[in-house]
Each structure stands twice: as C-alpha cells, then as structure tokens.
Design a protein around this ligand. Structure first.
Ligand SMILES: [Mg+2]
Length: 207
C-alpha cells in the first residue's frame, strides 16, 4: 500500500448542526431574514446540489439553490458561506494521532464533495491539514460517486496500491472498488462483504 485516500464528512470530521448555524449566520450578516422553514429548505437544497452536476461551481450552486428555494442569493452569499463553514470542525485527538501514524507510512489524500477551500479550512482548524499531500474538492475535481473523482489518484498510483476510507457505501466504497482500489468502510453496520471500522483509530491495526 502506498496511498490512503479519505472522505472527510462523517469519516474524519462528524457532520453536525453547526452547518445550519453557519448558514443562519451568513444570511443574517447579509441582512436576509428568512423563516426557519426557508432556512431548512436552503440547507436541504445545498445538500442536494451534488446530485445534479458533474463538478461543483459557485455558479451552478447558486442557480440550483435559488431555483429550488425561489430565492435570489448572490455570489457574496456563497463566498461568505465557504468562509463561515471553515469553522465547522472540531479537534479529535484520536483522529490526529491516527493520521500522524499513517502519514509516516503512506501518502494521504482527501476526496470530498464540497469546496476545497472550506474543507482545507476545517482540516486546518482540526489540526490535521498538514498530514495530507492534497485535498481534492468537487470544485477542482469531480463529485463522487462518479469514478472520475477517483481517477485523479490513479494518475499517480496503481489502484492496488491505494486504500480508500469512507463512510458512504454509495459515494465512497462502491466507486472506489469499481476503480480497483482497496476499501475500508467506516460504519456501525455489521458487514461481511467489506472490511469495516467503527472508529478511525482502528486503522492503526489494519494499515
Ligand atoms: Mg462522508
């Protein structure tokens, strides 16, 4: 094994309510007062964008959210959201220790379906950005589960020398298997078909 490729959300950093708080704050800063329902609708639309495009662009993102929610958010909204979400992170010593261990043996990469800048900010805040050779967001790469998102790694390594670690069977595990990578599924489910872990620290026993 030469490279370990990670998903970010719910794999290395849990996805929490702080995303909707960041959204609320940005809307407030822009002087936009929407109902709680409308904010939830915008939040859901933001989650949905990845299912409709090949790559993430600010333009498509805005058009989609504006159309779905019948609002008229500006580019300033996206820029502020990208910034505000950098705070959506937390420090997990076990994850940091595991990445420290792994980074001494392998090259580490990250493939994520969000803006690279936000994700790098969150990794930085968690003190783990330094362990990654490169972070590929969907704005500089492709959305998972397209296998195109994984091909960026295959330009550097043979698939058999890579292991992909993620929490989503559909978006992470199946496409990684499809391109021939080894996989480790982070899940609480019992599963005999794939190698699984419940906690990131278990990687130290496997890799
Ligand atoms: Mg995930």
């Amino acid at each position: 094994m030469k490279a370990v490729i990670f998903d970010l959300d719910n794999t290395l950093i849990d996805w929490k309510d702080e995303f909707i708080f960041a959204l609320e704050n940005v809307l407030k800063e822009l002087g936009l007062s929407f109902s709680k329902e409308k904010i939830e609708m915008i939040n859901n639309a933001i989650d949905e964008v990845e299912n409709h495009y090949e790559k993430l662009t600010k333009k498509d993102f805005l058009e989609f959210v504006n159309r779905m929610c019948k609002v008229n958010l500006s580019k300033e909204f996206v820029d502020k959201l990208i910034d505000a979400q950098k705070e959506c992170s937390y420090f997990d010593e076990e994850v940091r220790d595991t990445l420290e261990y792994l980074s001494k043996k392998y090259k580490l990469y990250l493939i994520t379906n969000w803006f690279t800048e936000t994700q790098e900010g969150r990794l930085e805040k968690a003190g783990i950005l330094k362990y990654f050779t490169k972070v590929y967001g969907a704005d500089i790469n492709y959305y998972k589960p397209s296998i195109k998102a994984f091909e960026v790694i295959l330009k550097m390594y043979e698939a058999k020398d890579c292991v992909y670690v993620g929490d989503s069977l559909k978006k992470d595990i199946l496409p990684a298997l499809n391109v021939g990578m080894n996989v480790i599924w982070k899940t609480t489910e019992e599963n005999e078909n794939y190698q699984t872990i419940k906690l990131i620290k278990e990687l130290k026993n496997i890799l």
